[in-house]
Design a protein around this ligand. Structure first.
Ligand code: VJV
Ligand code: CA
Ligand code: ZN
Length: 393
C-alpha cells in the first residue's frame, strides 16, 4: 500500500456497485457476478483505491437504456418474473420471447436491476471521460457485448458498451472499440454497422459450428451495400485454440497500430473479457495475465481517453488477477505491486487451495495446444492493411 500513489495530473475513475454483484444466474451457470466482488477486494487489498476516484455507480434510467434498446424489449425485461419453467423443459422451449429464459440468458430475481446497474456503471464511466474528469474510467461490471437492440444473447441482456459509446459520440467524432474477450463482440459490431464514426475490432476464437456466437470471420467487415458509410469499419481477428502472449501481442500491435494511424479515434473503449486467459472454464486461449494486460498497456500508451469494460471470465480467481493487474496498469503502478497476493484478506481462502503462496500473475490451468500459425497471423495483418485502404482518415 505504501508504494501506491495517485498519479499527478492523471485521473483514473473506478465505477462499481455492490448491489450488482449480489445477483445469481443460477447454481452452476458459468457467469458469476461475485467475481466482481473478488476482483474489487483484491484491487482494494493492494491499496489501489487511494490512487483512483471511486464511485458507486447508479442504475441507468429507462430512457438511457432506450438510447439503444427497443422499448418493447425493455418493457418485457422490466416485467418478466424469475423462471416459471422447470429446468429440464426450458431448453426445449422453442418460443422464448426476446431469447429470454433459456439456459444462457435465464430469468433471475432482480434481473432488471442487475442490467440497469451494469449499464449505469458504463454510462458513469463514459460521462467522467466526456467531462474530462477522468483520463481512464474503469467499469468492470460492464462489457456485455452480445446483447442486441431487442434480444438477449450469450449471458448479456443490456449492451452497456453500445450505450456508453453512444454517449462518447456526443463529444468525439470517432470512437475505436476493441474487444479482447475470447468471444466475438457481435452485438457492438452490429449496433455500429452503418456508421463510420465507430470502428469495431474483435479478437476471438472463431469456429462457426463449434464456438459461440459463430460470427466474426476475417472477411466480415460490415455490410458492403453501396451507400453504407459503415462498410469496412468492422475489423475481425479470428483465431484458433491456444494462442500465446507473444503471438497475441504481435497481432494486437500490428492491427491496432495501423487502425489508430488511419482512423484517428478521439477515444477508445476496450472490452477486457478475461475468458481469453489460459485455464478459463469456457475459453480456449493460452494468454497469461501479462499478455492480456499488455493490450491495456498498449491502449494507455496511445494517450487517448480510455474506458475499460469487463466482459466474460469464468474462472473467478483468474478474472480477479487480470482485472487487478489491469487496474494497476490504468493507474501506472504495476511495477510497485507485490508479486505475492496480499495476505490476511477475507478472500484469501479462494486462492489458498491453489498453492501456499499464490501470486498475482501466475494463473492455473493446463496450457492448450497452440493451433495458430505465423503464416495465418501474417495473412490476418495483410487483410487488415488492405481493408484500411477503404477507410478515410
Ligand atoms: O454456445 C452457446 C449456445 C448453446 C445453447 C445453450 N447451451 C447451454 C450451450 C450451447 C448454443 N452459448 C454460449 C454463450 C457464451 C456467452 C459468452 C459471453 C461473453 O463471455 O462473451 C460475454 C459476457 C455458451 N458457452 C457455454 C455456455 N453457453 C454454457 C451455458 C450454461 C452452462 C454451461 C455452459 C448455462 C447454464 C448452465 N451451464 C447451468
Ligand atoms: Ca472478442
Ligand atoms: Zn466471452
Amino acid at each position: 500500500e505504501a508504494g501506491i500513489t495517485r498519479p499527478r495530473g492523471y485521473n483514473v475513475s473506478f465505477h462499481c456497485n455492490p448491489d450488482m454483484e449480489q445477483h445469481h444466474f443460477g447454481q452452476t451457470h458459468p457467469m458469476k457476478p461475485w467475481r466482481l466482488t473478488l476482483s474489487k477486494s483484491l484491487i482494494y487489498s493492494y491499496g489501489m483505491s487511494f490512487a483512483m476516484d471511486n464511485y458507486i455507480s447508479r442504475a441507468a434510467t429507462y430512457e438511457e437504456l432506450a438510447s439503444f434498446h427497443s422499448t418493447d424489449y425493455l418493457d418485457f425485461l422490466g416485467t418478466v418474473l424469475p423462471e416459471p419453467i422447470p429446468r429440464d423443459l426450458e431448453n426445449q422451449n422453442p418460443d422464448l420471447k426476446f431469447n429470454l429464459g433459456g439456459s444462457d440468458c435465464p430469468l433471475f430475481e432482480g434481473l432488471y436491476d442487475y442490467c440497469s446497474l451494469s449499464a449505469g456503471g458504463a454510462l458513469d464511466a463514459a460521462r467522467k471521460i466526456t467531462s474530462k474528469q477522468s483520463d481512464i474510467a474503469v467499469a468492470w461490471g460492464g462489457g456485455l457485448h452480445h446483447a442486441k437492440k431487442a434480444e438477449a444473447s450469450g449471458f448479456c441482456y443490456i449492451n452497456d458498451i453500445v450505450i456508453a459509446v453512444l454517449e462518447l459520440l456526443r463529444y468525439y467524432p470517432r470512437v475505436l472499440y476493441i474487444d479482447i474477450d475470447v468471444h466475438h463482440g457481435d452485438g457492438v459490431e452490429e449496433a455500429f454497422f452503418s456508421t463510420d464514426r465507430v470502428m469495431t475490432v474483435s479478437f476471438h476464437k472463431y469456429d462457426p459450428n463449434n464456438f459461440f456466437p459463430g460470427t466474426g470471420a476475417l472477411e466480415d467487415n460490415g455490410p458492403k451495400s453501396e451507400h453504407n458509410p459503415g462498410a469496412h469499419h468492422a475489423v475481425n481477428v479470428p483465431l484458433n485454440d491456444g494462442i500465446t502472449d507473444e503471438q497475441y501481442g504481435w497481432l494486437f500491435d500490428k492491427v491496432i497500430g495501423q487502425i489508430v494511424d488511419k482512423f484517428r479515434p478521439g477515444a477508445i473503449a476496450l472490452q477486457c473479457g478475461a475468458d481469453s486467459l489460459a485455464g478459463d472454464r469456457l475459453g480456449r486461449f493460452n494468454l497469461q495475465v501479462q499478455g492480456h494486460g499488455a493490450c491495456v498497456e498498449y491502449c494507455r500508451k496511445m494517450n487517448l481517453p480510455l474506458i475499460l469494460f469487463g466482459g466474460g471470465g469464468y474462472t473467478p480467481r483468474n478474472v480477479a488477477r487480470a482485472w487487478t493487474y489491469e487496474t494497476s496498469i490504468a493507474i501506472g503502478c504495476q511495477d510497485k505491486l507485490d508479486p505475492l497476493l496480499p495476505p490476511h484478506a477475507p478472500w484469501r481462502d479462494h486462492f489458498r487451495h491453489e498453492t501456499l503462496f499464490p501470486t498475482l500473475e501466475q494463473i492455473l490451468g493446463e496450457p492448450r495446444q497452440n493451433r495458430n500459425t505465423q503464416k495465418r497471423l501474417t495473412e490476418i495483418v495483410q487483410h487488415v492493411t488492405e481493408q484500411l485502404r477503404f477507410v478515410e482518415a
